[in-house]
Design a protein around this ligand. Sequence first.
Ligand SMILES: O=C(O)CCC(=O)C(=O)O
Length: 274
Amino acid sequence: MQDPVRKAFLEDGAVLIKGCLNETQLAQCRAAFDWAIENPGLHASRMYKGTAQQSHVDNANPAAKARLDDLVSSLPFGRLFADLWGSQHVWYFAEEVFLKAGGCGARTLWHQDTSYLPWNGMHWGNAWISFESVPKQNALEIVRGSHRGTRYDGTTFRDPNDPTQPLHGGDALPRLPDIEAERKADPDAWDILSWATEPGDVVVLHPGSLHGGAPVDADFPERHTLVLRFFGDDATWRSLPDSRFTRNGLLFGKELAALKDGDPYRSPVFRQLV
Ligand SMILES: O=C(O)CCC(=O)C(=O)O
């Protein structure tokens, strides 16, 4: 890997890796995606359930764990992240699944994954894999450098009319800025990165970045996206304020029950890749 790519990830929190997956690897990822849609897990949800903007999201399906651990071991992400972060070790966390369909699947609201998961440190990465050629206007968007900035409250994702409705009640963490409203008023209000992608390309982002997914539309009516999430040596536990996000409610919270703030984020439950 070239130094400018490492530097871009460190400073910007996201990079595009062109042609990261070959045809076979991409087909294996697509099979895992299709299985996930047909077999929703405990954490599956429909964003804006019951509205025309409904879209499907799933997260760390326990029934998918064994097959995804095996799949990920055969993909190039272990070496890629070791190199990108400069980490001696790399572990696989779990998947996320996003399906936007019908030409009207809504925007994935701006958020940081670190408002939902007790994560701190620089060695975290989401590998965002879409199976279509995604135009820039329908792409994943990331606020440049925001993984090094404020950790905001999350959004509940429940109210299309209140995109920053606070997940943790709004007191313990600063409320999310309304990035869509602010950029509508001033297109330069936020420094936003995004890329058009082809199948096989992977956008790698630090999950502490402010990020969101542009909606689908009449010209690009469907997006199927699998996100695989990884961590390395500099990954630690950092508690979240709200009781709904206490250990039992967290993904793998039970397996990590002994961890305290600042402890290395480690458990045998996670497949070690490097
Ligand atoms: O693809 C999207 O719409 C959102 C992706 C996302 O939130 C993530 O990669 O963590």
